[in-house]
Design a protein around this ligand. Structure first.
Ligand code: NAP
Ligand code: G4F
Length: 402
């Protein structure tokens, strides 16, 4: 049985990758940093009581900023494959915590590679580094592929640039099987709530249910090549199954603006957005409300343990559900908050993943539209739980505008 060690197991990709590897018959060990509260929500469904038989999923406390503990874990686990997914992964946050980001994202990668070397495992461990399209930053060509020059635009991008090159260097210097996955943005219903995709789908669901009035965003014109995380973790694994280590761009080949993302997410709940005004004064206004696409039906509600409301939300009744919750044509639902503008922005990313298609046989299976639809549906389920609490007189906190 192959054994994998995954850093960042509690994150979006860590959770999907762990599920994927367990499905392939692997024993999976995850590294989780210590925190004062439980934050294992994304992998709780994979947890197995270590006292049971045939356990294949294990968690270890560890931190990318602590070399000795990484060496100990690598020694104890003796993995065949290491996936380094742990990082301070928020670009905007990296401007505020630049030194920490460099420590975790740049030196953290070095620490893991050194652990492999110190433990004399360089000849048999395969290493995946979570590199990023943020390396392309101020893009030098469109679309971006493995040969496109890098020009990072944030402390995060610069830290990841070190991670990229130290991985290449250890491959060349010590003959390690080390690969960089240069992954473009990938999202899912378990994406962190402060990334723009999830912030939008979560707000759309809460606005529909009357739990939130407005969504505050930064740069609506930024364009990203957005895929689904489930597709992208498959590419990580494929890289480590090849004869030779190499670096690969992983992307969908489609680019969409934040504004388009907002339009599609609102369309999922049957609402059309009209954009009015310019610059920081621009607003998104509900222009039309029609039949919904993403209602949580009575049956779906029961399946997630939420009692159906007496009147189920079927398409034909959707418009009246809007009026019931007081969302109307003319309502301003999106505003700009300059706090979300970045000191230096990555304006547009578009990936060319032809090498991954050719060599790995990888291609995305989930479309942009399907991904948004799934995310809105999942957030409607979550918001419905809050709504139920609110309707029953319990206090519901709104921390939507992070
Ligand atoms: P994520 O959801 O933010 O997960 C990051 C993980 O790293 C979390 O488990 C986090 O733990 C952990 N972590 C943070 N600092 C750590 C430290 N000092 N020591 C140990 N663990 C630490 O990110 P993701 O979206 O899954 O992305 C996975 C990786 O791919 C990251 O390296 C990211 O930079 C990179 N990447 C992501 C994308 C994307 O679009 N998602 C694209 C390209 C590259 P907590 O749960 O305790 O916070
Ligand atoms: O969702 P974002 O925060 O993701 P960003 O900066 O592209 O970074 C993500 O993808 C990278 C791969 O390219 C990863 F390496 C990285 O770890 C992370 O997963 O922002 C996307 C775009 C940006 O241009 C941002 O300025 O959306 C714009 N945006 C507009 N309003 C906003 C907001 N971003 C956030 N987070 N919040 C806003 O309110």
């Amino acid at each position: 049985m192959k054994r994998a060690l995954v850093t960042g197991i509690t994150g979006q990709d860590g959770a999907y990758l762990a599920e994927f590897l367990l499905g392939k018959g692997y024993e999976v060990h995850g590294i989780k940093r210590r925190s004062s509260s439980l934050n294992t929500g994304r992998v709780d469904h994979l947890y197995q009581d270590p006292h049971e038989r045939n356990v294949r999923f294990f968690m270890h406390y560890g931190d990318l900023t602590d070399a000795t503990n990484l060496i100990r874990i690598v020694q104890e686990v003796q993995p065949d494959e290491i996936y380094n997914l742990a990082a301070q992964s928020h670009v905007m946050v990296s401007f505020e915590t630049a030194e920490y980001t460099a420590n975790a994202d740049a030196l953290g990668t070095l620490r893991l590679l050194e652990a492999i070397r110190i433990l004399d495992m360089a000849d048999h461990v395969r290493f995946y580094q979570a590199s990023t399209s943020e390396l392309f930053g101020k893009v030098q060509t469109v679309p971006q592929n493995e040969k496109t020059p890098f020009y990072p635009r944030s402390p995060y991008g610069v830290a990841k640039l070190y991670g990229y090159w130290i991985c290449v260097n250890y491959r060349e210097a010590y003959n390690m099987f080390a690969c960089n996955g240069i992954l473009f943005n990938h999202e899912s219903p378990i994406r962190g709530e402060t990334f723009v995709s999830r912030k939008i789908t979560r707000a759309v669901a809460r606005i529909k249910l009357g739990l939130q009035k407005r969504l505050y965003l930064g740069n609506l014109d930024a364009k990203r090549d957005w895929g689904h995380a489930k597709d992208f973790v498959r590419a990580m694994w494929l890289m480590l199954q090849q004869k030779k280590p190499d670096d690969y761009v992983v992307a969908t080949g489609e680019s969409h603006s934040v504004r388009e993302f907002v339009d599609l997410a609102f369309r999922e709940i049957g609402a059309e957005i009209q954009w009015k005004g310019k610059g920081v004064k621009e607003v998104g206004v509900i222009s039309k409300i029609s039949g919904q696409r993403s209602a949580v039906s009575g049956r779906e509600k029961k399946s997630i343990g939420v009692a159906a409301r007496p009147r189920s939300l079927k398409s034909a009744e959707f418009a009246s559900d809007f009026s019931e919750r007081a969302l109307r044509a003319g309502d301003v639902v999106v505003e700009i908050d300059p706090r979300y503008f970045r000191p230096t922005e990555v304006d547009e990313l578009l990936g060319d993943a032809s090498k991954a298609r050719r060599v790995l046989g990888w291609e995305p299976r989930i479309s942009f539209e399907e991904m948004i639809s799934t995310m809105v549906k999942a957030d409607l389920e979550e918001a419905s739980r809050d709504q139920l609490c609110k309707d029953s007189g319990y206090r519901v906190l709104n921390y939507s505008n992070e």
